[in-house]
Design a binder for this molecule. Structure first.
Ligand code: FPP
Length: 250
């Protein structure tokens, strides 16, 4: 049997390679509405949402965006109907199992951020397997925020730092941005340059509160299952028109 050739998309001519975001974060919103608009159960929207995420990951890899972080499940999402929560947990587990071989082939390194101890044991086992197997991959860095909350992340960092102070390992005046950043779930992946949110909501919904401090924000009315390559192209185009000043004057 011959191996399936990996077809790579070329960067559209109107985008500049040297001005691409290094790290894109995405709030994948609108799955439920997408399904409702078609008279389908909400879970069908989540299923289609997985296809959009796979498409975006490939596109990032092909066009040269080095890192993608996706908000899959927030600490607030436990408040959804039990059947939907159960469906999502099973979906994450199944997708991880099914996609691991392809992630290895495509050199993807997957990581998870969030309070992973609060997830079902069987999902944690799949997460551990995928994280360990892909840890030496040098291609795109793919991070999935699951049972993630930005405030909760900041609180756990504060607790860890306070414990170090209490033990006399560091002094209060040693606490600076660099030290704080090291205690976040994202210590190894850095801050996003661009945040994309679908479905038109103008919120960051407790996502990467510290890390998004200087990210450019792009909101599209498109619902997540319809977010495709053309949409991503538009988001990158908008990003390249922005002047990033990080609070300074040119
Ligand atoms: C938000 O839409 C979407 C979610 C809470 C789930 C997103 C998860 C996926 C797309 C699956 C990703 C899979 C892996 C393995 C990472 P919503 O339900 O809030 O939509 P609504 O606002 O229209 O109700």
């Amino acid at each position: 049997m011959t191996a399936k050739p990996i077809v790579r998309e070329v960067l559209p001519a109107d985008l500049r390679q040297d001005r691409l975001p290094k790290h894109v974060a995405v709030i994948m919103d609108g799955n439920g509405r997408w399904a409702k608009n078609r008279g389908l159960p909400r879970i069908m929207g989540h299923r289609r949402g997985v296809d959009s995420l796979k498409r975006l990951l490939r596109c990032c890899r092909d066009w040269g965006v080095g890192a993608l972080t996706a908000y899959a499940f927030s600490t607030e999402n436990w408040g959804r109907p039990l059947e939907e929560v159960d469906f999502l947990m099973t979906l994450f587990e199944r997708v991880l199992r099914q996609e691991l071989a392809e992630m290895m082939e495509e050199n993807v390194r997957i990581r998870f951020v969030g309070n992973l101890s609060g997830l079902p044991q069987s999902l944690r086992a799949e997460i551990d397997r995928a994280v360990i197997q892909t840890q030496r991959n040098q291609g795109i860095q793919f991070t999935v925020a699951t049972n993630y909350g930005g405030r909760q992340e900041i609180i756990q960092a504060c607790q860890a730092i306070a414990t170090q102070v209490q033990k006399g390992q560091i002094q209060p005046e040693d606490i600076d941005e660099t030290l704080f950043t090291r205690h976040l779930y994202t210590a190894e992946i850095g801050d996003p340059d661009l945040l994309i949110r679908t479905s038109g909501e103008m919120r960051i919904s407790n996502f990467l509160l510290w890390q998004l401090a200087y990210a450019e924000i792009y909101v599209t009315p498109t619902l997540w299952p319809d977010f495709d390559q053309t949409e991503f192209h538009q988001a990158l185009h908008a990003y390249q028109q922005r002047e990033r000043r990080f609070g300074k004057v040119r």
